[in-house]
Design a protein around this ligand. Structure first.
Ligand code: BGC
Length: 668
């Protein structure tokens, strides 16, 4: 059924542009169906009463873990799984995914975002949207845009130049919009001095006209300082309900600040959105049970966990006495804090209980003292060293947690708490075989202890299936295949801006396009673990790079990867492009393609990846478009941004008449 704007009174129209309550839209006096929006990037978060308590659902791995799978199919599976919880609970739109770029590892919400790289973030978000929407539930791509820290997120302007926006902060939205999300949510912050909700250039010219988004633009919750200015910028829906919003809009109309045509345009957009929800309801068929949703959570967690260190092949765990300890060995963290935290009633078993049957000939014991588990104190620590010193291998479960990584504030350090750091260091004095399992939603500075331990498995924030996935990987039942979707710097001092988080009015994005590995690689800075890095129990050999030219800017790459080990495994091959000489500052290399392949022991597979115009282009401000400069480009194939295994060069020779003059190398 198509809803008609002319059947609504002015009052009903204005009510429709503002929320009815915290989560629902107006029904225009019963003329329209109810629409319910709810949070839930990592599992539906439906709050039903004033208590702010969400109903229990399947808590899925956080986007930081999903991104580490480098497998868009896992993002899709997560979307499909969460959609079933939405259908069961009558939720029409899931307020996810967030694709903001991890500009600094200190951002409190990084666990909710995919990557420091827009290509990877866009690919994962697009698949997540496809997964949710295939089941007739809508999504909200957020937070548009340049919301890259929590500090002062409501007021402080992200002072970004256009080239940086186009190359770093917008492409993930541009890619994800191709999946046709029902809604896009604008961010709180102003961008270059103009609030996102009032930024007509971004909302209309870029998002709607250039990227082709034809859905509903909703505000972040209370992100609209002025309702009529937002309408002029083509923002459709202000959320949530605010008692003054209706009065202000009415006054603006009466004073002539907005016309009825402008109001009708936005109302039509809301009606089309409601119509889309209604007409896709037939797709809402639940295909999972609570049990299979949980299995999906475990499956995704297994693929996203990333092995960061494995000296002497200590993992997978062997027989002998294995002792499990640390803050998270019994009650692990399952996700970051804030509007993304899903509530689960799944009873998570202690890690040791799950591990024992997987290594039947080992003797797995664990710390059981409840006090020490939640609050590792000196007494608890003294008690445990005896067990630590007598074990053959010690597994320490440490990490951050939702109180550290949360919406609403940034982290102040990348280090673990002193208690946890001391615990690792002390334990390593008593036992040389320490395996650290790290529960964190974003980069951790491990410098005080990394050299003292033999292995580190990044468990991440991985939802209710986290301990099952950890036990499957530690025991070798699952071969780890995650790779980092963000760089782990040596310390916060090695990041581009250490602690500078703006002056309260604006934050200058002075590093421009040098974000994440683009910064570390261009400045040749040492890092703890590079972007794209992750170990496997298998070993792989890359060979035979062949580049087929399809046109001047379209290429097809083919190369071989051999699993040279005795165990089946998966490898994430990455393709980076380097502009050898440019008239503008370009990053040392940029990710332009990737592929995850399962390869059986001893088997060789051919990987094919395509490159196109955008793989070589930068955004030219004077030309106001993407522009490829003629010349040499290196094609770098590797297993991380720092481990290039194959490379070749191509020469792009576009029509000279459409090129701009470059410095003539011969005269230099
Ligand atoms: C967050 C959004 C969230 C909304 C509704 C805001 O504070 O930034 O991500 O969807 O609240 O809970």
């Amino acid at each position: 059924m198509d809803y008609d704007v002319n059947s609504l009174t002015l009052e009903e129209k204005l009510q429709l542009l503002i929320g009815r309550n915290f989560w629902q839209l107006s029904t225009a006096n019963g003329k329209l169906p109810d629409v319910f929006l709810a949070d839930g990037p990592h599992g539906l978060r439906k709050v039903v009463d004033d208590s702010n308590c969400a109903i229990p659902v399947t808590a899925m791995p956080n986007f930081s873990t999903i991104a580490n799978t480098w497998n868009p199919e896992m993002a899709k599976l997560s979307g499909e799984t969460i959609a079933d919880d939405c259908i069961e609970n009558n939720v029409d739109v899931l307020l996810a995914p967030g694709v903001n770029i991890k500009r600094t590892p200190l951002c409190g919400r990084n666990f909710e975002y995919f990557s420091e790289d827009p290509y990877l973030a866009g690919a994962m978000a697009k698949s997540f949207i496809e997964g949710v929407q295939s089941k007739g539930v809508g999504t909200s791509l957020k937070h548009f845009c340049a919301n890259n820290s929590e500090y002062d997120r409501v007021y402080q302007s992200s002072d970004v130049d256009e080239r940086t926006l186009r190359e770093i902060y917008l492409p993930a939205f541009e890619t994800a919009v191709k999946a046709n999300p029902y809604t896009v949510m604008c961010s709180y912050n102003p961008i270059a001095g103009i609030y996102a909700s009032e930024n007509k250039w971004l909302l209309k010219d870029v998002l709607r006209d250039e990227f082709g988004f034809n859905g509903l633009i909703v505000s972040d919750w209370r992100a609209v300082p002025c309702g009529y200015k937002a309408i002029k910028a083509t923002l459709d829906l202000t959320m949530p309900y605010d008692k003054d919003a209706y009065k202000e809009l009415k006054e603006a109309y009466e004073k002539g600040f907005i016309t009825i045509e402008e109001i009708d345009e936005r109302v039509k957009s809301v009606l089309e959105f409601i119509n889309r929800i209604t007409s896709n309801k037939s797709k809402r068929v639940i295909t999972t049970t609570k049990e299979t949703r949980h299995d999906n959570a475990v499956k995704i967690a297994c693929e996203g966990m990333t092995l960061l260190k494995n000296e002497d092949g200590i993992l997978p765990l062997k027989n002998g006495n294995i002792y499990v300890d640390g803050k998270y060995c019994i009650n692990p963290v399952i996700g970051g804090g804030g509007s993304a935290l899903a509530t689960s009633d799944y009873k998570i078993e202690p890690l040791s209980t799950l591990l024992q049957p997987m290594i039947p000939n080992a003797n797995v014991t664990s710390r059981t003292c409840a006090v020490a588990v939640t609050n590792l104190n000196v007494v608890g620590a003294k008690y445990s060293y005896e067990k630590i010193s007598t074990a053959d291998t010690v597994v320490l479960c440490v990490g951050t947690g939702p109180e550290v990584e949360t919406e609403g504030r940034d982290r102040t350090t990348l280090r673990l708490s002193k208690v946890q750091e001391d615990f690792i260091i002390q334990s390593a004095r008593y036992n040389k075989n320490i395996v650290v399992v790290l529960y964190a939603g974003s980069a951790v500075d491990a410098s005080p202890w990394i050299d003292k331990v033999k292995a580190v498995l990044l468990a991440g924030f991985s939802g209710e299936g986290v301990q099952e996935a950890v036990s499957l990987i530690l025991s070798g039942k699952v071969n780890p295949s995650g790779k980092l979707s963000e760089t782990y710097p040596l310390s916060v001092c090695d990041t581009f801006n250490t602690r500078d988080c703006g002056n309260g009015m604006y934050e200058n994005y002075f590093e421009k396009v040098l974000v994440g590995y683009r910064y570390y690689d261009t400045l040749d800075k040492d890092v703890l673990f590079p972007f794209g890095y992750g170990l496997s129990y298998s070993t792989f050999e890359y060979s035979n790079l062949k580049i087929k030219k399809i046109s001047q800017t379209d290429y097809e790459l083919a190369f071989k990867i051999k699993n040279t080990s005795a165990v089946d495994g998966s490898e994430v091959a990455q393709v980076y492009v380097k502009d050898v000489m440019s008239m503008v500052l370009r990053p040392e290399k940029e990710l332009k393609g990737f592929c995850k392949v399962n390869i059986k022991a001893g088997e060789t597979k051919t990987v094919k990846i395509k490159l196109d115009y955008r793989s070589f282009a930068y955004y030219s401000i004077p030309l106001k478009k993407w522009y490829v400069e003629n010349g040499d480009f290196e094609i770098l194939v590797g297993s991380s941004s720092r481990n290039v295994l194959l490379k070749d060069k191509i020469k792009i020779e576009l029509d000279e008449a459409e090129q701009y003059s470059q410095i003539n190398m011969k005269t230099l």
